[in-house]
Design a protein around this ligand. Structure first.
Ligand SMILES: Cc1ncc(COP(=O)(O)O)c(C=O)c1O
Length: 390
């Protein structure tokens, strides 16, 4: 069998961290272990019944059996504009300022393809969601890493980025509430970001994947709520987390019309649009009474409280995340992140994500997902406690 050589673009892709972790966990499950998997970001609860019913009904409509119109059905884009007005008081033109996407993971690649040339640079958070780097690499561009440090609340310190770096950058990725650190942003931080982007003429891509998941009654700000944000950037919003719809593959990008139209142009060549029935069901998800989203956030907040209390009980002194469904904890002294994550997997059958998989500054931390029941989170803490590490 002939083996065909991969293109240079494919060779540039970094290792896929989550795919590797998934294989390791599956091997343990196959060996018959009762594994508590807090390592991934896959919501454990089902999509709300009223959204599933909307999909079932829409799937019976022959209109949806055809190719959907390029760039999607106007009703979905109008619902997105209504959603942003209602939730964030942001005005959007559904025709020119909304792009529908098959999940934000692909959207992150699309925006890099849309704006970056070989040799360009993009500012990328360290630690950060790994796909920012993948998209930049596929476009042949270079990442410039922005440190996210605990002492700065895991926000980049713009005063510490060099002038050359800012001048050269064509794009900046941000993500708040943040994966993996669970750090949160304020409107003031986004105001500062808009001013910086205007000064240095780069495009801000704010990944708002966990936008709805803020705790202790604090609503997380949209980047687009800052004055002038639309002049300098876009925001990506996925239904995966807020609505437990990760398997459905539906998200949207909103904001700067030149960027949105470039993403749409690229998509005209890659796809027609999402399955019409998914567009109908997603419209139902983001419209009307959203109290079921509040209930979901309450569930994560209760799980967070149980996890923090149980870990503090076993002597692992950790503080409570303010948003996302992740917790980002320092590993005990004497261990690297990898060693500690391996120890928990081998000796307690508890999966946590090795922080170094999110970048060099993730070393010294592990990420735990609040993606199992309160009982299982308690049990995970008990199993870790039995190892007498703290
Ligand atoms: C920060 C962040 N961005 C984007 C995504 C991708 O989400 P999706 O492709 O399901 O919209 C994820 C998923 O885990 C994420 O954590």
């Amino acid at each position: 069998m002939q083996e065909f050589e991969q293109s240079d673009a494919i060779k540039r892709l970094p290792d896929q961290f989550f795919a590797k972790l998934g294989k390791k966990v599956q091997a343990m499950i196959d060996e018959g272990h009762d594994v508590i998997n807090l390592g991934q970001g896959n919501p454990d609860l089902p999509t709300s019944d009223h959204i599933v019913k909307a999909l079932q009904k829409a799937a019976e409509n022959p209109v949806n059996h055809k190719y959907s119109p390029f760039q999607g059905f106007p009703y979905f884009k109008e619902a997105v504009a209504d959603f942003y007005k209602r939730e964030y008081n942001v005005d959007l033109d559904p025709e020119t300022e909304v792009a529908l996407m098959f999940g934000s993971k692909i959207g992150l690649f699309e925006v890099s393809q849309s704006l970056l040339n070989p040799g360009d640079t993009a500012l990328v958070p360290n630690p950060g969601y790994p796909d920012y780097l993948s998209g930049v690499a596929l476009a042949g561009a270079q990442p410039e890493l922005m440190p996210l440090l605990e002492e700065n609340g895991f926000l980049p310190d713009y005063n510490n980025l060099s002038k050359e770096m800012l001048e050269k950058a064509k794009m900046m990725f941000l993500n708040y509430p943040n994966n993996p650190t669970a750090g949160v942003a304020t409107k003031e931080f986004f105001d500062e970001t808009v001013a910086l982007a205007k000064q240095h003429d780069f495009c801000v891509v704010h990944d708002f994947a966990y936008g709805a998941i803020g705790f202790d009654g604090v609503k997380q700000p949209s980047f687009l709520s800052s004055e002038g944000a639309k002049d300098v950037g876009i925001e990506m919003y996925t239904l995966s987390k807020t609505y437990n719809m990760a398997g459905w593959r539906v998200a949207f990008a909103v904001g700067n019309p030149s960027v949105i139209q470039t993403i749409n142009l690229l998509q005209d060549h890659l796809f027609t649009s999402l399955f019409g029935a998914i567009q109908e069901a997603a419209t139902v998800a983001i419209s009307g009474d959203l109290s079921y989203v509040e209930k979901l956030v309450d569930i994560y907040e209760d799980r967070r409280n149980v996890l923090i209390e149980s870990l503090n009980d076993i002597g692992w002194k950790v503080s409570a995340p303010k948003g996302t469904f992740f917790a980002w904890f320092k590993v005990p002294e004497g261990y690297t992140s990898r060693e500690f994550a391996d120890l928990l997997l081998d000796k307690a059958q508890v999966v946590v994500a090795d922080g170094s998989g999110f970048g060099s500054l993730g070393e010294g931390y592990v990420r735990l997902g609040l993606l199992d029941s309160e009982e299982r989170l308690k049990e995970a803490a008990e199993r870790i406690g039995k190892l007498n590490l703290f």
